[in-house]
Design a protein around this ligand. Structure first.
Ligand SMILES: *Cc1c(COP(=O)(O)O)cnc(C)c1O
Length: 370
């Protein structure tokens, strides 16, 4: 028996869909450079696999959050630009240099520290400059920008690749923060003309041309998340999750299913127990709310999601489909990522980045292998 045949659950990742999504974004933001955000292990899909597929398609600019993610990505992608969103942490200059990682400088102090290092080495060092336009998380604030411009010697020491900022509300097309941040960014660009302007994440890209500037930083949309959840999803689905039926049993009233006895059956009910649980990132908030498909038949999740198992009501599912060893669809055409997220009370981002290490992973569209 193959590993796929015996797997409790199979996560199929379609790298072709990720590449198609990147191409759609590059086309949408035509004229701007399309990078790719592969932080958090490529939003759970595997940063090295995703990164190699995108690099092969022509992507040359990648973003990670942590230095450690950059170090690992560098081992997979020797020849691309890797930007570290966390910025320049104290005493990490040598690590960044060793792995050729480009820090996204998030404060006046970080700009200075990287400039000091550049002067010490006697050459300009690559960097992005992150200016805050309303997120108030990372990035130079207005006072820090004034301070930087009052003495541009630190900027002169750097090979400034991007001047970037990040949108807080881009998934809400009509939110007034979008235009306000765009204006603030455009004004900062006039004062900081060096480097390419980069404002838009996935949702920002689909706000239209005024948000594209010179470079865009898509993440979630590459992996199939709808950039504007209240509109039709232009992105291809890149993830499919199937769980294995371990056992099928009948339960009759007045009995219940699972921990806490939260689901009391009203009549003779056929229950399929499936090898997926919250330890796999199938969120516990889907208890009594999730749904699955077996073939074309829908099967509601009943009872609580436990660590390793879920239970489905398969009473109306044809016998030949609801049998031990069979597979049920949990994320896929019948259950798009954003719908699963909505049922779980969260966003597609969290569903993706929770995808478990225990799933048997199958990659489609990757000839190069692991
Ligand atoms: C995560 C991140 C992105 C990508 O955002 P998505 O919404 O996933 O497209 C872009 N820029 C910054 C600064 C980020 O932290």
């Amino acid at each position: 028996m193959t590993a796929t045949e015996r797997a409790g659950a199979i996560l199929t990742i379609d790298l072709g869909a990720v590449v198609d999504n990147w191409r759609l974004i590059a086309q949408t933001a035509k004229g701007a450079e399309a990078g790719a955000v592969v932080k958090a292990d490529g939003y759970g899909l595997g940063a090295a696999r995703v990164g190699r597929a995108l690099a092969k398609a022509g992507c040359t600019t990648f973003y990670v959050a942590r230095i450690e993610e950059g170090v690992r990505l560098r081992a997979a992608l020797p020849a691309v630009d890797i930007h570290v969103l966390d910025g320049l942490l104290p005493a990490t200059q040598a690590d960044l240099m060793e792995h050729r990682l480009i820090p996204v400088l998030n404060s006046r102090d970080q700009v200075h520290a990287w400039a000091v290092h550049a002067r010490h080495l006697g050459r300009k060092l690559p960097a992005d400059l992150h200016v805050d336009t309303g997120m108030n998380r990372l990035g130079l604030d207005a006072g820090e920008v004034d301070d930087l411009l009052a003495d541009p010697s630190d900027l002169d020491a750097l090979d400034l690749r991007h001047v970037a900022s990040h949108l807080a509300c881009s998934d809400e097309r009509r939110h007034p923060m979008n235009a306000a941040q765009r204006e603030r960014f455009a004004e900062l660009r006039r004062r900081l003309p060096r480097g390419r302007g980069s404002l838009a994440n996935s949702s920002g890209i689909f706000l239209g041309k005024p948000f594209h500037f010179d470079a865009v930083r898509p993440g979630a949309a590459l992996y199939g998340v709808n950039p504007h959840p209240d509109e039709p999803n232009p992105m291809a689905q890149a993830v499919q999750l199937q769980g294995r039926i371990l056992q099928v049993r009948f339960v009759d009233s007045p009995h219940s299913v699972g921990y806490g006895a939260t689901h009391a059956v009203a009549r003779r009910t056929k229950i399929a127990t499936v090898a997926v649980g919250y330890a796999d990132g199938y969120l516990r908030s889907l208890s009594n709310r999730g749904t699955a498909h077996i073939g074309e038949a829908e099967a509601p999740l009943v009872g609580r999601v436990s660590m390793d198992l879920i239970t489905l009501d398969v009473t109306t599912v044809p016998e030949r489909l609801a049998r031990p060893g069979g597979l049920v669809d949990l994320i896929g055409p019948h259950h798009p990522l954003d719908a699963v997220a909505a049922a779980a009370g969260t966003i597609g981002y969290e569903i993706l980045t929770s995808l478990g290490a225990r799933y048997h992973r199958v990659y489609l569209g990757d000839e190069a292998g692991p």
